[in-house]
Each structure stands twice: as structure tokens, then as C-alpha cells.
Design a protein around this ligand. Structure first.
Ligand code: XCC
Ligand code: SF4
Length: 634
């Protein structure tokens, strides 16, 4: 079958709301190309019903069984009830999400160890953080040279994956009261891999069949993500590539350049992107680009790889998840280099309509139709240069190009350390100014808008929601593709402070901050855990994360990782609102557990909302309730 036909045949100008995406798809180079936007349009708004609501089970070959709660004969052949099946499916989503963040972390740790041994082009950049992390990992940093200490940190970090007993080291970074809750419940994660494996085992046919007990393991597994895999990824990446500091850059498809070799880096692991950034600056490589008529190499990010290099290097982001195919339809991309996660299988097929090469690099992820250039951190620069050269070779083959003008200035780089620093400089840095402003009511509370964007949702729900929150004096933190969307809308620039309510605006203008703080990629949600913990530790806002006037949300969640993040936030005491659908809704009991019982157990719960205004009202209401409980408001 000529697959290029399949993708070239229909296409046309889809009726999507996002203006820049539509603009590109309606231009000549994109004519005839089919993207997810077209597929959604063709199939209508309703996705396939199988599995929706979480009560379909295909965990054994007596099934699949579709279970309808309340209908007595509608239980599984094995007797499984709707709540058991919903809990099992939910736990498996969490396990997949945890596995993804953590396998990324494993790759980081391996590169980190190799770097400590001097076997990669990377360095140990943040030695202060190295020492701090050493202490959290139970290593005495005194009198060790940097390479030696880094090696010990790397090896201890690696052991976190295979540990069978005890608890993950970073668990001790949580507020004391939170740790006690986890101890009592028996949800302290032992080893990262163990929690994922045990979750898969317990959800196999005929093992764990009490839905509450399954949900408890889902919490333990998720905590192994938030305080384990994700946190290790963030911290070791920071040590190796630099802890982010405020940085100005631009986002949106307009960052692609007509006169340069455009390489988009897509996926999640910064080890590859960092090497490409080095290669793109190599004078020899730039000379080669000039030889084919380009002015140089333009690197641009997609998805969370984009967030990683945006945060640390200020490299522009071309697009979020929903823009990956659209970036190719500009006709201006010579190579799209991908590693793992959130990479659409349609990319090579779309690339065939252009001169673009899609290059897979991870040994864990190949795509039919893409070129595989295996990445190895030991040969990082060599591989990166090879990839850049492949892109240069494509440049002369470019056909018609349409690059939209749309791009927006953003200020990113708000790591927990940066937030600390801007509150008092190097010597008086603490979260006290933030806490004080929450206590005196200038800031109502803190909200996180995180996670994916999604072809099923046409509205700019992130943007509308963020505007509503800041207008109500809620400081907004953001990560992932949500951050890119908020950046496109101009909310990551200090000028957007004028959209904030009076109290928040005053605070922001004093420090020159945007009203929405970009904290990084999705593994960097661990930065939010640390920031929340720091707010607790600073005092005046209760003794645990669950006391804080703070709440998270993922209004357009798409990937399994998002559910793992939601579950670790809730288990850590921070409520979350997800939407527009939720994976357990066909079981009342299972949903009640997540939406009610978890509040009693963990002091936080899940919410479901659809529209921006519903998200906003739940979040503001929750923040108000916490303020009341703290005695800040009547
Ligand atoms: Fe993927 Fe991280 Fe979601 Fe974006 S936000 S669609 S997970 S790239 Ni993580
Ligand atoms: Fe059906 Fe039970 Fe098998 Fe699931 S495990 S498919 S509910 S018989």
C-alpha cells in the first residue's frame, strides 16, 4: 500500500479553533496533508466508547468483560466488580505513567554516572545542588572532590530503582506530617521499579481485588514517581545541565526560520537535546550549513524536550504536543529528532509529503518510516553532529514553505531555587515573602496548571483559566505543554502582570515576575512538590501540604503520565482538578474513593471539570476553604 497517499489524500483546512495551527494547515504547503486535527474532525467529538469510564476489563482471556455497575449480572466472568476493574485500570495507568517518568530518570542517571567518570561531553555544572542532593541521598559531601561525589550520587540514585525494601531517599524531603501519614497508610515507596512491577502484578487477573487496597498501591506507585523517578530526573538534570534561572525567549511556530536549517527536538530526555545544542553551535557545522545556502542551524523544541532546553538554554519552543504535526506542515523543518513519549506515529508519514527526515534516537522507541540514529551518551556529540549533518543535507531539497508570524516573548526558568532567590537574594532567600503575601491576602493562593494539550479539546481552556485565576489574585505555576500554551497567549511575560488582580499585581511588579511561572517539563512537577514543602516549612500556612491554599489541575490531560502526576499530588496532600473526562467515572464506588475518601485519608482529592469557568470556580473555592481553615479569612 502506498501509505503516502493515505496521508496526502484528504487533508484540507480543518475547523480547529487555535488560530495559528489553522493558519498553517490552510496554507499551500499543508494542502492534502492529514493530521490529528483532521482525524478528530472526521470522527466527531465522541471518542471510541470501549473502556470509557474505566469498567471494561481485558486482563484475561475469559473476557474482555464490560461491566455495568448496578446491573447484577454485569460482573466479570471471574466475578470482578466495576469498582475492582476501575481501580485496576486506574492503577495500571499510574504504573505506566510512573514507568515513563522513571525510565527517563534512569537514562538521566546513567548519563550522570558516565559524566562523573568523564565519559560524556556534559559537566557537573551545579556543584551546590550536587552537595545538597548528596546530603538527601545520605552521602556525606565533606572532603570529596566533585567527580567522586557525583559518582557516589549517581550510584546511589541508580540504586533507588532496584531497591526492594526500606524507602526512597527523597521521601524524607516531604513535610514531617506527610511522611507520618504515608507511614501509617503503608504507602511509602520502597524502590521505583518495585512499585511499578508490584502494581502490574496486583492488577493481574485474580490478585488484589479490594478496590481501596488497589488504590492504595496506586498511591504508593505514584509517590515513587513524584518523590522518586521524576524528582531524580529533575535534580540530576539540573546538576548536569544547570539549574534554571530566569531566561527570556520565544515560543510558537513562528520561531522556525526561513533562512536556516530547522531542527525540531521532540520528546522528553534533555541528554539528547543538550548534545544537539552543542553541535548546533559548532563552527565547523555552521560552516557546512552555510555551504548549502543556510545562515546557520536553528534548533527549536517540541513538547517537554522543548521545555527542558527552554528552561536551561533559552532555546525557543516551536510547539506543544498538538503542534508537532503542524510544525512539519510548514515545510520548513529539515529534521524532527525524537526520543521518547508523546511522539505521534503519524510524523514520518507527514514528513514524506515534505523534505523532512524524522529521526528516532532512543533504543526504546523506533517508528516505521523514520530513520533510526541510536543515541549514546558516551558518543553524544558525535551522534548529535551526525544528526545535524543529516538535516543540513535536507535543506537544499526544501519545497514550498509557510512559516506563520506568530511567536511570543516569554520569561521562563522558575526553578524552586529561582523562586527562592527572587524572594530576597542570595543571603536572605526564603519563601517568607510569598507566605507573608498569602497571609496578608495580597495573594489568595497558588494554583498549578500542568499537563498536556489534547486534540479533543478545542477551547483555549488553559488560557481562560489562567486569566481567571490571576484576576482573582491566585499565583499560577505551570509545566509541560500547558506552559507552552500559556506562553503562546502571552501569560509568561512580566507585562501580563497587568491582567492580575490588584494584590497579586503589586507583588509581581515589585519583583518583575510574570503572573504565570514556568517551572519546566513534566518531570519538573517535582519542583512543585518541593516548593509546596518549602512553603510549609517556612511557617504560617499550616503543617502539611494539605493545609496550603494551593491546588493543581490538568484541564487537557492526554497521557498516562498525567494521571500518575495527579495521583502523587493528591497523595502528597494537594488536590487536583482534571478534565474533561476521568478514567473511573463508570464506577461510582471507585470514583467516590478518589473524589471523597481520599480527602479523609490524604487531606486532598480529585475533582472533575470540563469548562474553564468550572475549573476556576472549583480551584478558587478550594483555595478559599483552605484559607478559612488556616484562620486567614473569615
Ligand atoms: Fe506529553 Fe511532556 Fe503531556 Fe506534553 S505535557 S503532552 S505528557 S509532552 Ni508532559
Ligand atoms: Fe473478565 Fe475477570 Fe478476565 Fe477481567 S479478569 S477479563 S473481568 S474474567
Amino acid at each position: 500500500m502506498d501509505t503516502s497517499k493515505r496521508f496526502k489524500s484528504n487533508g484540507g483546512c480543518p475547523s480547529i479553533q487555535c488560530l495559528v495551527n489553522r493558519e498553517v494547515l490552510c496554507q499551500e504547503p499543508a494542502q492534502g496533508v492529514t493530521t490529528a486535527a483532521h482525524r478528530v474532525e472526521k470522527r466527531g467529538a465522541t471518542p471510541c466508547l470501549f473502556g470509557q469510564g474505566g469498567t471494561c476489563c481485558r486482563n484475561c482471556n475469559m473476557g474482555p468483560c464490560q461491566i455495568i455497575e448496578g446491573v447484577e449480572e454485569m460482573i466479570g466472568i471471574c466475578g470482578a466488580t466495576a469498582s475492582t476493574v476501575a481501580a485496576r485500570n486506574f492503577a495500571r495507568i499510574v504504573a505506566a505513567g510512573t514507568a515513563s517518568h522513571s525510565d527517563h530518570a534512569r537514562e538521566t542517571v546513567l548519563a550522570f554516572i558516565a559524566t562523573a567518570k568523564g565519559e560524556t561531553p556534559y559537566e557537573i555544572k551545579d556543584t551546590l545542588k550536587l552537595r545538597r542532593m548528596a546530603a538527601w541521598l545520605g552521602i556525606d559531601p565533606a572532603e570529596k572532590d566533585i567527580q567522586q561525589l557525583a559518582l557516589e550520587v549517581g550510584e546511589t540514585a541508580l540504586a533507588e530503582f532496584g531497591k526492594q525494601e526500606g524507602s526512597l531517599h527523597f521521601i524524607r524531603r516531604a513535610p514531617q506530617k506527610r511522611q507520618e501519614i504515608w507511614q501509617e497508610l503503608g504507602v511509602v515507596p520502597r524502590g521505583i521499579d518495585r512499585e511499578v512491577v508490584e502494581t502490574m502484578h496486583r492488577t493481574h487477573m485474580g490478585v488484589d481485588q479490594d478496590f481501596r487496597h488497589i488504590f492504595r498501591q496506586a498511591a504508593r506507585c505514584a509517590l515513587a514517581d513524584g518523590w522518586g523517578g521524576s524528582m531524580l530526573a529533575t535534580e540530576l538534570q539540573d546538576i548536569m545541565f544547570g539549574t534554571p534561572v530566569p531566561i527570556r525567549t520565544v515560543v510558537n511556530l513562528g520561531v522556525l526560520k526561513e533562512d536556516m536549517v530547522n531542527i525540531t527536538v521532540h520528546g522528553h530526555e534533555p541528554v539528547l537535546a543538550e548534545a544537539l545544542a552543542m553541535a548546533a553551535q559548532d563552527p565547523e557545522i555552521i560552516a557546512e550549513a552555510k555551504k548549502v545556502g543556510a545562515k546557520g542551524i536553528n534548533l527549536a523544541g517540541i513538547c517537554c524536550t522543548g521545555n527542558e532546553i527552554l528552561m536551561r538554554r533559552g532555546i525557543p519552543i516551536a510547539g506543544s504536543f498538538v503542534q508537532q504535526e503542524i510544525a512539519l506542515t510548514t515545510g520548513a523543518v529539515e529534521a524532527m529528532v525524537v526520543d521518547v513519549q508523546c511522539v505521534m506515529q503519524s510524523l514520518p508519514e507527514i514528513a514524506r509529503c515534505f523534505h523532512t527526515e524524522v529521526i528516532t534516537t532512543s533504543d526504546r522507541a523506533e517508528i516505521v518510516g523514520a530513520t533510526h540514529v541510536p543515541f549514546d551518551h558516551h558518543r553524544a556529540l558525535e551522534v548529535a553532529k551526525d544528526i545535524v549533518r543529516r538535516a543540513i543535507a535536507r535543506f537544499p531539497k526544501r519545497g514550498k514553505v509557510y512559516i506563520p508570524k506568530a511567536k511570543m516573548d516569554v520569561v521562563a526558568g522558575f526553578s524552586h531555587e529561582t523562586i527562592l532567590y527572587i524572594q530576597g537574594g542570595r543571603f536572605r532567600a526564603s519563601y517568607k515573602p510569598l507566605n507573608d503575601n498569602i497571609i496578608n491576602g495580597r495573594i489568595l493562593g497558588v494554583a498549578a496548571i500542568v499537563g498536556c494539550d489534547n486534540f479533543r479539546i478545542q477551547d483555549e481552556v488553559h488560557v481562560e483559566l489562567a486569566k481567571e485565576l490571576i484576576a482573582n489574585n491566585v499565583l499560577v505555576l505551570t509545566t509541560g505543554c500547558a506552559a507552552t500554551g500559556l506562553g503562546r497567549a502571552g501569560l509568561l511575560s512580566p507585562e501580563a502582570a497587568e491582567l492580575a488582580g490588584e494584590g497579586l499585581r503589586e507583588v509581581l511588579e515589585a519583583v518583575g515576575c510574570p503572573p504565570v511561572l514556568h517551572m519546566g517539563s513534566c518531570v519538573d512537577n517535582s519542583r512543585i512538590l518541593i516548593a509546596a514543602t518549602e512553603m510549609v516549612r517556612t511557617g504560617g500556612l499550616g503543617e502539611d501540604i494539605s493545609d496550603l491554599p494551593a491546588i493543581g489541575c490538568a484541564p487537557q490531560w492526554m497521557s498516562e503520565k498525567a494521571i500518575a502526576i495527579g495521583q502523587y499530588f493528591v497523595a502528597s496532600g494537594a488536590s487536583v482538578v482534571f478534565g474533561p473526562t476521568f478514567p473511573t467515572t463508570k464506577s461510582q464506588e471507585a470514583t467516590d474513593h478518589l473524589f471523597k475518601e481520599m480527602e479523609e485519608i490524604y487531606g486532598a482529592r480529585w475533582f472533575l471539570a470540563k469548562e474553564a469557568k468550572d475549573f476556576a470556580s472549583i480551584m478558587i473555592d478550594q483555595i478559599r476553604q483552605k484559607r478559612k481553615a488556616l484562620g486567614l479569612d473569615k
